[in-house]
Each structure stands twice: as structure tokens, then as C-alpha cells.
Design a protein around this ligand. Structure first.
Ligand SMILES: Cc1ncc(C[n+]2csc(CCOP(=O)(O)OP(=O)(O)O)c2C)c(N)n1
Length: 683
């Protein structure tokens, strides 16, 4: 279940049976702020899980997801969590054992675009959960805003018509009607596997929150509400007329409920078990420890494994009519590379990373816009028969009993799709999850999921995830909209070892960092700046031994220079490295400048940086070189850290500060790029 604030305590107490004394206790400010080195969150936002017994003796596990204040942001996350649980219960064919339920406010339901995105995903092969039951708690107001100011449609539920969902409008003062409609909604969902909406018409008795005065803005409406009987009184009248519950019995029930509340309030003590729970990583992710470690992880694969994968990647079934061009540029080229022991490019390395995980029993899910082929025509993870477009996915044919490779072209959404994959990654953590942005720029369409969940949910709610974000990034003259994944924004979000931000420069580094993600005892999100031009760059290649006898290096040393003569040490991250090396070679500066690559910017391995720079102790200048403008990229993040390691002055070589990420013309780009590379050697 996912829901916002209103009615949440009611749902926690009466649907999930969260003990009342625990709820009251949290309101006394006793929620453990020291949980997992994090900061906790307000009590309204916390998740809860319980097992309820039905009247017929069955057990139902009920989960309410933790959610941020951002209304409706939790919707796709809940869908992903539901899909994960369907996968765990092996219910992917019928999706009847796990039912996602979303409870919405009326203003947010029609107002927030992520609702439409989530509806759009509801029937897609990569994202369906077999139908969601939506309840709208329609109190006919959003904070102080009336429907007339908040929507252009008659009903707030019009958005659900996009998937032809049945919409039931029901009177909230008639609980029996609400119950009956809910049963019908469940039956519909189970019968047709599609979304359904129950729109419960009601009103808000008080202000938006405890201290709010609704009469400031709706004096007439709230005057009437004040004199209107409570829902319980309306209901009592209704059942009194039915004669099923005598008036005295109803009064006794009411008194009993009030007593229960009062008792719990006076006790206000946190049961020891509950207190312990608040400190743990819970649920299916409970096995993971929260702390990051720089300790090397063995991620190399054997030659046999490499051969198995390469062989599968370069052959298709006999009756499969592969497109001649694909045969030539993909299969035959890969065959050549494999036989020669290299040079392996980025896409081959990625396939080796996926393939080796699959052979080890780790399933892999990749989702993103056009990810099956790859935005840059680099991946071709799915091949198509020339005559009937039948699909063949080589990575699912490595050997019998291998883990599954699930690769999906996502709908054209960043927000909901990333939310979905993030939710999935939390509740089925033994799978590797990769969400790919078409270009890194577009990740900011999912900024809410990044800020509210990926960067902070471990700290707020103790919920870890190992989701990988693949964000094509790099200055190649394509203009302001296709250059920057906004590396600076991710780095600004880094603290408490909350996630890893990497900008690898070689296919093997990419291979190992992906494998590392699933080879540790803990789970951390991984933000990856991924290549565009480096996909085919002659120097950005790896050899066989880089896969069979190496690992991921957080910092890469300069192996070309002789320490004694070095006058300047240039630090950089990512693609600009290749421009620097080219310039150094062309200008015979190899002895004068050392270039150290920081492949992982966070958590930053400071000791290693210091160690690698030590031989150059006599160098006169320390430089940070980046291709991003000065107010972007890693500069403002790395400067204080470099100053700490190398007291003195750190020179900047990069584009000047700019409002837009990149120049609009190729000529301006080239001039800027040449200047910044030169600057690194001359500043
Ligand atoms: C994305 C987002 N924008 C603004 C807010 C601030 N806010 C909190 S509740 C609320 C009104 C929501 O109205 P509705 O969806 O009808 O639910 P209700 O509060 O009436 O139950 C607003 C604007 C928010 N929490 N999230």
C-alpha cells in the first residue's frame, strides 16, 4: 500500500494494526533519531508491516510503504515493490497473490503528473503489476484550494479513463457502500488484471493540519461542516434504522474504542521489540549492512566464463535470420575481438558483466528508454529476425538454469520509471537493477525520486537499494541538452556513505564496478556517468586480462610518467582524461605532467589519492581539470578535499561558469574544449 499523510495514522492503527501505544509514543518525540546513522523522519512517513488474519482464517501480509512529503511520488515505488513481491512469490503469470493499493488525495490525484505516468505503466510487460486498486479520499479540497481552482475536469478521477479503468464514485458517509464497492474493485482487479478506482466522496472536518484554520479561506463551507453530524453519527443512524445493532450496543462499542485510545495514550511506552525494529534494516533487505568499505572486491571472471559468454554473444540459432548489418557490425566484430583477446569496447564489457552475473545466478534487470538497442546503437541486447521480427536475446541463452536477463524499453517517463525500478530494487535485492537515462540530462525528470528516495531513504527510513543509474554524460558538441548528467547535483547529495558516484574511463572499469555492486555484503545506489563517444573511442578499450585478472580501481594511477621530472599533477575524472593524454603526447609533455584519474568521486578514497600522488611530491602545481563549466562538474565538490590532501593552491582548468551546461554550436564547443585541455598544462 502507498498513501500520503491524511488518514495515515488511521490506516496504520486500523488496517495494519500498528499498536496504538507505539503510535502515541512516536508522537511524544521518542522516535529513534540515531537509527542507522541517519536522521529518521516524521512519524507520518514511516512504513509498517503486519500480518492480519481474515475472518476465514487466512493470513494476509499488509505493507504500507514509507513515503516522502511529495504527494504521489510513492505510487511508482509501490508498484515496483509489488512487482518484486510477485517475483519472490513466483506469481508473475497471474499476479494475484500481491495486490498494490494506492490511496490518493483528490487534489494530488489529478494534479501530479506521476499519477498519469503510473497509470500508463500499468499494462506494460516490464512494469505491470496485474492491476492496482486506487482509493481517492476525496475531501473536495487541497489544503486551501477548491476543485474549481485545481482541475479542468469534472471529476478528479478523469485521469484514470486513460486506461479505461472503471471508476466508482461512492458516498463516504455510507461505509457499507464503501465496503461493497471495495469488494467489487478487488473482484474486478482479480478478474481482469487492470486498474480500478474507488472515489470516496467526503469532506475534511478541520483544517489542513492540526494548527490550521479552514475558515480563513472557506468560511461558509466550514461553517456548514461544523454543524454537520460526524460520520459515526450518520452511520449509527443508518444501522439503527436497519435494526442490526441496537443503540445501546453501538454506544458501548464507541465507549470501548475511546477507552482503548485513552489507555494507549496513558501508557505511551515503546515495547522493546518495536524499539529494536526501529533500529534495523528491515524486510527483505535486512541482511545488508549499511557501511561502505574501500576494501578491494574480487570481481574478475575466469577465461572459461568469458568464453562461454562471448560464444553465446557471437552465435544465433540456425533458423534465426539475423540482419546482415548486425551480423557484420556486431556478431563478426565481437567474434574477432574475442579471438584476438581484445580490444574489448564498452558494450562488449557490459555484456560480459551482465552475462557473468547471470551465470553466477544473479538476475539482471535493465530498464530505460530504448535500452534494448541502446540510445547510441551500442547495446543490441535483443536481436530481431529479418523476416518476422522475432526476438532473440543472447544473454538468456548462456546455459540452462542461468538467471534471467530482463531488458525493457520503458515508456517515455523518467520519474515513474525510476521510481518503479527503485521500489523493485528494495524488495527483491538479489537482482541487479539498472535504470538508464536516454541522455544523462533527462535524469532531472526523476529528480524527486533521486532526492527523496535514492539519496536519502536509507537515512530516513533504513531502506537500502543497489539501483544503478546509467547516465550518458560528456562534452561532445551536441549542445546544452545532450551533454550533462548534472554530476554536480549528485555529488551535492552525497553524505553518510549514501551512494556511490563513479565516472569510469575504461570498459573493464565499467565491468568491474557493475559486478562489484552485487558482490558485497551491503547495498548502495550507484550513480554512473556513462559514455557516448567513448563507446567507440580507440583508446577507451580493455584487454582480456582486464576482465580475468583485475578489479575496480577507485583511483587510477599514471603509469606512463617518470616521477622525478613531473612538474604538475593533473587530477581529472572521466572522458577528459583521453583529451589530456592526447595533448600530452602531441606536445611531448609526458615527463612533465602526471594525470591521475578519480574513477569514483564518492565515497572518495582519499588515502589512495594521497598514495598515488606521493611520488610527485616535488611537482610545483596541482590541477583539477574538467570539461564541465566551473559551477558544474566535480570541481566545487573536489576542491576542499584536494586542498585537504595537498595544502596550497589547486588550479582550475575547465569551462568558465555558465548558466547553461554546454555551448550551442560545435565550433564554440571545440574551441572551449581545446582551451581547457591546454589550460591544464599551462595554468
Ligand atoms: C508535490 C507536493 N506539492 C505540494 C505539497 C504540499 N501539500 C501537502 S498536502 C497538500 C494538499 C493535498 O490535497 P489532496 O490531494 O486533496 O489531499 P488532502 O490533503 O486533502 O487529503 C499540499 C498542496 C506536497 N506535499 N507535495
Amino acid at each position: 500500500m502507498g498513501m500520503a499523510h491524511r488518514g495515515r495514522l488511521n490506516v496504520l492503527a486500523n488496517v495494519l494494526n500498528k499498536p496504538l501505544d507505539v503510535i502515541f509514543n512516536e508522537f511524544q518525540g521518542n522516535f529513534a533519531p540515531d537509527s542507522v546513522g541517519g536522521n529518521g523522519d516524521v512519524k507520518y512517513h514511516l512504513d509498517y508491516r503486519n500480518v492480519r488474519k481474515t475472518a476465514t482464517g487466512y493470513e494476509v501480509e499488509v505493507n504500507l510503504a514509507a513515503n516522502p512529503s511529495h504527494l504521489e511520488a510513492v505510487d511508482p515505488v509501490v508498484e515496483g515493490k509489488a512487482r518484486a513481491r510477485q517475483r519472490v512469490l513466483d506469481d508473475t503469470a497471474y499476479r494475484k497473490k500481491v495486490v498494490p493499493i494506492l490511496i490518493h488525495g483528490d487534489a494530488a490525484f489529478i494534479g501530479q503528473g506521476v499519477v498519469a505516468e503510473t497509470f500508463n505503466m500499468s499494462q506494460l510487460p516490464g512494469y505491470s503489476t496485474g492491476g492496482t486498486i486506487h482509493f481517492v479520499v476525496n475531501n473536495q479540497i487541497g489544503f486551501t484550494t477548491l476543485p474549481a481552482d485545481s482541475r479542468s475536469s469534472e471529476y478528479c478521477t478523469e485521469i484514470a479513463k486513460m486506461v479505461d479503468a472503471p471508476i466508482f464514485h461512492v458516498n463516504g458517509e455510507d461505509p457499507i457502500a464503501v465496503m461493497e464497492m471495495s469488494k467489487i474493485a478487488l473482484e474486478f482487479r482479480h478478474e481482469f488484471g487492470r486498474d480500478v478506482v474507488v472515489d470516496i466522496y467526503c469532506y475534511r472536518r478541520h483544517g489542513h493540519n492540526e494548527g490550521d484554520e479552514p475558515a480563513f479561506t472557506q468560511p461558509d463551507l466550514y461553517g456548514r461542516i461544523k454543524n454537520h453530524p460526524l460520520p459515526s453519527e450518520v452511520f449509527l443512524k443508518q444501522i439503527a434504522s436497519l435494526g442490526t445493532v441496537p443503540a445501546e450496543e453501538a454506544a458501548a462499542l464507541k465507549a470501548e474504542s475511546l477507552n482503548e485510545l485513552n489507555d494507549a495514550l496513558s501508557q505511551v511506552k515503546l515495547a522493546a521489540a518495536e524499539k529494536a525494529k526501529a533500529h534495523e534494516f528491515a524486510g527483505s533487505t535486512a541482511i545488508f549492512q549499511p557501511h561502505y568499505s574501500h576494501a578491494p572486491i574480487t570481481t574478475a571472471i575466469t577465461k572459461e566464463t568469458l568464453d562461454t559468454i562471448a560464444k553465446t554473444l557471437t552465435t544465433v540459432p540456425e533458423d534465426f535470420r539475423v540482419l546482415p548489418k548486425i551480423k557484420r557490425i556486431l556478431l563478426e566484430r565481437r567474434l574477432q575481438v574475442w579471438k584476438a583477446g581484445g580490444p574489448y569496447n564498452w558494450s562488449f564489457a557490459e555484456a560480459l558483466a551482465f552475462g557473468s552475473l547471470l551465470l553466477e545466478g544473479t538476475p539482471v534487470r535493465l530498464s530505460g528508454q530504448d535500452s534494448r538497442r541502446g540510445t547510441f546503437s551500442q547495446r543490441h541486447s535483443v536481436l530481431y529476425d529479418e523476416e518476422n521480427r522475432q526476438r532473440y536475446i543472447p544473454l538468456n541463452h548462456l546455459r540452462p538454469n542461468q538467471a534471467r536477463f530482463c531488458v525493457y524499453n520503458s515508456p517515455l517517463s523518467e520519474y515513474a520509471v525510476l521510481g518503479f525500478d527503485y521500489g523493485y530494487s528494495m524488495d527483491f535485492p538479489s537482482q541487479l537493477y539498472l535504470w538508464e537515462a536516454q541522455f544523462g540530462d533527462f535524469a532531472n525528470g526523476a529528480q524527486i525520486i533521486i532526492d527523496q528516495f535514492i539519496a536519502s531513504s536509507e537515512s530516513k527510513w533504513r531502506r537500502p537499494s543497489a539501483i544503478v543509474l546509467l547516465l550518458p554524460h560528456g562534452y561532445e558538441g551536441q549542445g546544452p541538452e545532450h551533454s550533462s548528467a548534472r554530476l554536480e547535483r549528485f555529488l551535492q547529495l552525497c553524505a553518510d556513505e549514501n551512494m556511490q558516484v563513479c565516472y569510469p574511463t575504461t570498459p573493464a572499469q565499467y565491468f568491474h564496478v557493475l559486478r562489484r555492486q552485487m558482490h558485497r555484503k551491503y547495498r548502495k545506489p550507484l550513480i554512473l556517468m556513462t559514455p557516448k563517444s567513448l563507446l567507440t573511442h580507440e583508446q577507451a578499450v580493455s584487454t582480456e586480462s582486464d576482465f580475468t585478472g583485475s578489479r575496480f580501481f577507485e583511483v587510477l594511477a599514471d603509469s606512463e610518467v617518470s616521477a622525478k621530472k613531473v612538474e604538475r599533477v593533473i587530477f581529472c575524472s572521466g572522458k577528459v582524461y583521453y583529451d589530456l593524454v592526447k595533448y600530452r603526447k602531441e606536445n611531448n609533455l609526458t615527463d612533465a605532467a602526471a594525470i591521475i584519474r578519480i574513477e569514483q568521486l564518492y565515497p572518495l578514497y582519499k588515502e589512495k589519492i594521497a598514495r598515488l600522488a606521493k611520488p610527485f611530491i616535488n611537482a610545483k602545481k596541482t590541477i583539477w581539470c574538467q570539461e564541465e563549466p566551473e559551477n558544474m562538474g566535480a570541481w566545487t565538490f573536489i576542491l576542499p578535499q584536494l586542498l585537504n590532501l595537498f595544502p596550497g593552491y589547486i588550479h582550475y582548468a575547465g569551462r568558465p561558469a555558465s548558466a547553461s551546461p554546454a555551448a550551442g554550436t560545435i565550433q564554440a564547443h571545440q574551441a572551449q574544449q581545446a582551451a581547457l585541455v591546454k589550460q591544464a598544462f599551462e595554468v
